[in-house]
Design a protein around this ligand. Structure first.
Ligand code: CO
Ligand code: ZN
Length: 326
């Protein structure tokens, strides 16, 4: 599994430019799904099983990034816009990778750095030629590292959710499912939950589960939040975009208890997931979320624990391989 995490987190795919990561996932799931489609927005949708209950599982493929917007006079310095939520304090000295492979370094005008317009990307390669045209998107760049059970990398948000979905599909291959499970690898989550909305409209699920990272309260002066790294699968109860129906929380908690899977209840005070968009599609969809605890979200050093990831896989595969009575 570790190598799959490496492969997916190191792949390139800012929001709206998911074609590379989609191809990698498509090859990964080719033997695991009964039917694979790509919808007009670019969501990769994989059906497993053909039972009556329609269960949607969503994990987003896209990652936050930047777009080069303007070349400063005769220089390799490119001004840029954000793709998704960028925090200025994570930028200085950071590296981005453009689709053509050019690595850029983010600099800031003399000592400042509280707003995006003070930053630029150095794309100069000493040739005097422009290495990336205006309008080029880039993702942040860093290889994955491991520290014992902890994996550190860019884009754990939400490639680790994609890993949970893929590994669950692998388990279903042996276990089978009495449901129709639609694994949706969605686009454009970081710019407003866009892919999940159209994917859910097409799938028309009876119930949906989003897979995404959540914050932890175990950093120094961290959020007032009891989720911790290594504490098990986080079962969402509430975030600013979603009040999880109690029946959905119970469905997950009862499964975790029956199967002896470590879990914790998640109450997130900032941010939301694809489930917030899915719940409002068609006539409404009861939706919940299995979250992977993650430190340093939206930096190049997002940190997860392998035991938590396994707990999320076990919980999701337990849920979808049993009859669903929601
Ligand atoms: Co995110
Ligand atoms: Zn996410």
């Amino acid at each position: 599994m570790k190598e799959l995490v490496r492969k997916l987190t190191e792949a390139w795919g800012p929001s709206g430019y998911e074609h590379h990561i989609r191809q990698i996932i498509r090859e990964e799931v080719a033997e695991l799904a009964d039917e694979i489609t790509v919808d007009p927005l670019g969501n990769l949708i994989c059906r497993v099983g053909d039972g009556e209950k329609r269960v949607m599982v969503a994990a987003h493929m896209d990652e936050i990034g930047v777009m080069a917007t303007y070349r400063e006079k005769k220089s390799g310095y490119m001004r840029f816009a954000n793709i998704g939520g960028l925090s200025p304090q994570t930028l200085r000295g950071n590296r981005v990778k453009f689709e053509n492979g050019v690595i850029g370094v983010i600099g800031v005008e003399g000592g400042k750095g509280d707003s995006l317009d003070q930053f630029f990307i150095d794309t100069d390669d000493a040739s005097g030629e422009q290495t990336v045209p205006e309008g080029s998107p880039a993702g942040f760049w860093r290889p994955m590292d491991e520290r014992g059970k902890r994996l550190v990398g860019k884009a754990m948000d939400d490639r680790i959710g994609c890993v949970v979905a893929i590994e669950t599909m692998r388990k279903l291959k042996k276990k089978k499912t009495p449901n129709s499970v639609y694994f949706a690898f969605t686009v454009q989550e970081e710019v407003g939950l866009r892919g999940a909305r159209t994917a859910a409209h097409n799938i028309n699920p009876d119930v949906a589960v989003a897979l995404d990272v959540t914050r932890t309260g175990d950093e120094i002066h961290g959020a007032k939040m009891s989720v911790k790294l290594g504490g098990g699968a986080a079962i969402k109860v509430h975030d600013p975009g979603l009040v999880v129906p109690p029946a959905v929380v119970d469905w997950m908690v009862n499964r975790a208890e029956a199967d002896g899977i470590p879990y914790q209840r998640e109450l997130l005070s900032g941010g939301t997931t694809d489930a917030a968009a899915i719940q409002l599609t068609n006539a409404g969809v009861p939706s919940g979320c299995i979250s992977i605890p993650c430190r340093f979200i939206h930096t190049v050093s997002e940190t997860v624990d392998l035991d938590d990831v396994q707990a999320c896989i076990d919980l999701l595969s337990g849920l979808v391989s049993n009859p669903v009575s929601l």
